[in-house]
Design a protein around this ligand. Structure first.
Ligand SMILES: [Mg+2]
Length: 300
């Protein structure tokens, strides 16, 4: 590996993956990821960080990264926070602080996270959601109004996973029950008046601050650049809340879903659209991109 004479950091590109979870790395309905194991193994072998960037909470994402044997940072709740496992990162970015412990985390003492907050506090979002209800008069139901049982029914998550999904810090998922009243412009305007934004994920609308997955991705890349020089990013997602990430990625990948997004290819000309849905599509796209990198090197 070459080293830049100026900065002392390597000048060969360092690959990083930024990926959505539901409907992208994980199956939309079953939440399984076994079809993506060959590509995940390739990432581990080549030390390519696999950074989750999802609407999920810190608690959900930490469990999943452990189950997938990953030690990389992750971006929670639509770019609300970047978390660095303390076991891996002894010196986090200066903006990060020790993350406050969450319920049920006592057993993980010393194994917590560094937290770089980019989003608004959850209490502000709940207040904001009430404001949207009052202004629009729609029947809006947020996670904060639901019990674990109801969230489990809506998402297909088991009770324990649904409980982790309620441990929210930076993003409030919600549904509009009187769908005929859904005027997206009115919704966005009412949110903007309160300094908030509404975006669409795979299952829910999300109320949050001005943060997004793309902004968090950019901040993390800047930090990694200090150690690794030239970074090449692979961004993978399946929903509009992933688009800011795909727009910024060197290798943007839209993982096929039941939804169609006409005009995406014109907007992001280098976009790849997978043939398969979910983890199968994820697997082939990552193997293709990282495999291409190996071929380029062996042809040097
Ligand atoms: Mg998704």
């Amino acid at each position: 590996m070459g080293v830049s004479p100026i900065s002392g950091v390597p000048d060969t590109p360092f690959f990083m993956i930024f990926t959505d979870l539901d409907g992208t790395l994980m199956d939309y309905a079953t939440y399984g990821w076994k079809e993506a194991i060959p590509a995940l193994d390739m990432c581990k072998k080549h030390e390519v960080p696999v950074v989750f960037a999802s609407s999920k909470t810190r608690a959900e994402m930490d469990l999943l990264r452990r189950r997938m044997s990953l030690s990389d940072p992750f971006i929670s709740e639509n770019g609300g926070g970047i978390f660095f496992p303390r076991e891996t990162f002894k010196a986090p970015p200066p903006q990060a602080i020790a993350a406050p412990a969450q319920e049920g985390q006592k057993a993980q003492r010393g194994k917590g996270h560094w937290q770089w907050s980019l989003g608004l506090p959850y209490a502000d979002l709940i207040k904001g959601l009430q404001g949207l209800r009052d202004e629009l008069g729609w029947h809006i139901r947020g996670f904060s109004d639901m019990g674990i049982e109801e969230i489990s029914c809506l998402t297909g998550l088991d009770k324990e996973s649904a409980r982790l999904a309620t441990m929210r810090e930076f993003d409030e998922p919600f549904v509009i029950l009187d769908q005929q009243k859904t005027d997206k412009d009115a919704l966005s305007e009412a949110a903007a008046k309160r300094g908030l934004r509404v975006i669409s994920g795979g299952r829910f609308y999300h109320l949050k601050g001005k943060n997004d997955k793309g902004e968090a991705m950019e901040k993390l890349i800047s930090w990694y650049r200090g150690f690794h020089g030239n970074i090449l990013s692979i961004g993978l997602g399946d929903s509009p809340n992933d688009f800011p990430m795909l727009e910024r990625a060197d290798f943007p990948v839209l993982v096929r879903s039941r939804q169609e997004f006409p005009g995406m290819k014109e907007k992001i000309p280098r976009l790849r659209i997978t043939r398969d849905m979910g983890p199968e599509g994820w697997n082939s796209a990552v193997l293709e991109i990282l495999g291409g990198r190996d071929e380029e090197r062996s042809n040097d």
